[in-house]
Design a protein. Structure first.
Length: 62
């Protein structure tokens, strides 16, 4: 079972390669905008999941 996930392990060289490809594709100026959008999307997702948890707790109390 462990052998199935071994090819999916990401090492430091793979991370460096991914970063270089992203830099080549989007350029240095576009990356901060992409990260801002990613961060705001993650924040919205967390807020929505927190709201769902609070609503579930209210329903449980009824």
């Amino acid at each position: 079972m462990i052998a199935l996930f071994l090819p999916l392990a990401i090492g430091p060289w793979q991370i460096v390669l991914i970063v270089l490809v992203v830099l080549l594709l989007f350029g240095g100026r576009k990356i901060p905008e992409l990260m801002r959008g990613l961060g705001s999307g993650i924040k919205e997702f967390k807020d929505a999941s927190k709201d769902e948890n609070e609503e579930a707790k209210i329903e449980d109390k009824k």
